[in-house]
Design a protein around this ligand. Structure first.
Ligand code: F6P
Length: 315
């Protein structure tokens, strides 16, 4: 997200505009909690974002605002924007952030163009979301390390990755790390079938197995699935690891930095062209604007060919 903030500032300031950095998203807006530059003014200048692209997390912080969920809160947020002469907003976030943007537009006539910032990769209107690549990188590194233990101790590991409603991180991690099984909410987790497959793998001489479990799997979390696999006779001793928030930090990958830079710059240019109510994404290497409502209108399915590939490789 920092690379996106940097791009917004450099692009907008470069075009002669002033940028106000709002801390903690909508909650910070309600509290008029703005970034103060070295000149003690509430704005972000070119030097405010120096060397930001390589930092994980977000220097502007993030929060979930209860007050903004209420209409009264959004009215007050609109009043704050007017009070400070802010005429355009670039929220960086996922579906919750964009729901908020749509609701804010009922009370505020400034322009709003969002950037896709979520590790879940669950938005329509962009091939990838900012943070996804880094989260997968972290998860893959962890799985690679755990594989060493699994191999030496001849064990099976269930590794739970993030993705509250989405199996994208799970599927990509499983493919990249060469996991044998993935459990994601998009496909039915069939315990007897998995156990049957595990027996085949064992007979073929496999000494370790990695099962990637998306936290949002319809059958439950890694602990629950471990219980079911054990009860169904899985032929390995099972351990579970929950990667959790480890996946939301760390040095961003080049892919994430470039995507974030593109989206931030495109959001600024789109606002200057008169766009509003849309998310700036990248599809097939092209900058694309998608109405906020469409970005969260339906579940983003994992391409079946990726899941098929995993099955082909799991030998
Ligand atoms: O929505 C992004 C996400 O990272 C999910 O994958 C995860 O379930 C959730 O946020 C965790 O949220 P929190 O940090 O509030 O527990």
């Amino acid at each position: 997200m920092n690379a996106c903030v940097r791009a917004v500032v450099r692009s907008a300031v470069g075009a002669g505009h002033e940028v106000v950095g709002i801390y903690r998203g909508y909650q910070g807006l309600l509290e008029e909690d703005f970034f103060i530059a070295a000149d003690s003014q509430p704005h972000m200048v070119l030097r405010s974002v120096s060397n930001l692209g390589k930092l994980g997390g977000t220097v502007l912080h993030s929060s979930r605002s209860k007050e903004f969920r209420e209409e009264a809160g959004r009215k007050r947020a609109a009043a704050v924007l007017k009070k400070h002469g802010i005429d355009a907003l670039i929220p960086i976030g996922g579906d919750g952030t964009f729901h908020g943007a749509v609701a804010l537009a009922d009370h505020w006539d400034g322009k709003i163009v969002g950037c896709p910032g979520t590790i879940d990769n669950d938005l329509i209107g962009t091939d990838y979301t900012i943070g996804f690549s880094t989260a997968v990188q972290t998860a893959v590194e962890a799985v690679d390390k755990i594989r060493d233990t699994a191999e030496s101790h001849e064990r099976m590991f269930l590794i739970e990755v993030m993705g509250r409603h989405s199996g994208y991180i799970g599927a990509y991690t499983a493919l990249a790390a060469g996991a044998e099984v993935v459990c994601v909410p998009e496909t039915a987790t069939d315990i007897p079938r998995i156990v049957e497959h595990l027996h085949v793998l064992r007979k073929r001489g496999k000494s370790s197995v990695m099962v990637i479990v998306a936290e949002g799997d319809e059958l439950g979390d890694a602990a629950k699935i471990k219980g079911e696999l054990t009860a169904a006779g899985a032929p390995w001793a099972i351990r579970t690891v929950v990667l959790g928030h480890l996946q939301r930090g760390g040095t961003p990958t080049p892919e994430d930095r470039i995507l974030a830079s593109r989206c931030g710059d495109f959001a600024v240019r789109s606002i200057l062209d008169g766009a509003t109510g849309v998310m700036a994404g990248v599809i097939a290497d092209q900058n694309v604007l998608t109405p906020f409502q469409e970005t969260y209108s339906r579940h983003r399915e994992i391409p079946q060919h990726l899941l098929d590939l995993l099955a082909v490789l799991s030998k």
